[in-house]
Design a protein around this ligand. Structure first.
Ligand code: AMP
Length: 202
């Protein structure tokens, strides 16, 4: 009985992590976040998914976001931060989380630090999935066929990669400076990449 209690406690210590997942569109963030969420038993918070749900529900926020998202541009920082704050106030994030799709620029990175400091939930690791451009383009083309996402059209994909280079890539340096950054090569099989991530988090 005591042994099993101790085992439970040490498992929760390992899994109680607050992780930001970074990587270009097509780097496999969504796939790995889903697997990691099951492995670590923490919620997966995807700002893209929250926005797509708002679009599907036809809320005022969704109606505004739909047009912006279709072009591959970023939805305004205020809107996304408001959504995220609402999500972080839910009970399940107390046991850790995997944040995917946020921060997308330096202002969001700073706002996230402030928000999570205020909520006493600071980030433990920023995990960057590193994937070359050829592989990104191949994966995004495959996903456009498989999932039919409106923002996987060739024009929107090109714009999203441009936005990533211009606005999101500096976020990697931000986490490097804070000491939270961990880089993981994001090419190989889904399982190989997951094992690399687990090893990097250990
Ligand atoms: P994703 O599923 O993360 O690739 O996001 C899809 C789209 O949702 C992006 O191209 C943006 O238009 C929007 N989006 C998602 N996350 C953010 C964010 N943190 N800031 C602004 N726009 C976002």
């Amino acid at each position: 009985m005591l042994a099993s209690l101790q085992a439970t406690r040490s498992l929760s210590e390992i899994t109680n992590m607050r992780i930001v997942l970074l990587g270009a569109p097509g780097s496999g963030k969504g796939t790995q976040a889903t697997l990691l969420k099951n492995r670590l038993n923490v919620p997966h918070i995807s700002t893209g998914e929250i926005l797509r749900a708002a679009v599907a529900a036809g809320t005022p926020l969704g109606i505004h976001a739909k047009a912006v998202m279709a072009t591959g541009a970023l939805v305004s920082d205020d809107i996304v931060l408001g959504m995220l704050e609402e999500r972080f106030r839910q009970d399940d994030v107390q046991r850790g989380f995997i944040l995917d799709g946020y921060p997308r620029n330096l202002a969001q990175a700073r706002a996230l630090d402030q928000l999570l400091t205020r909520l006493a939930l600071p980030i433990d690791k920023a995990l960057q999935l590193d994937v070359g451009e050829q592989m990104l383009l191949a994966r995004l083309a495959g996903r456009a066929t498989a999932e039919g996402r409106a923002d996987d059209s060739p024009q929107a994909v090109a714009h999203r990669l441009h936005v990533y280079q211009e606005q999101t890539a500096p976020v990697i340096d931000y986490y490097q400076r804070s000491g939270a950054l961990v880089r993981v090569p994001g090419e190989g099989s889904v399982d190989q990449i997951l094992e690399r991530i687990i090893a990097a988090l250990g």
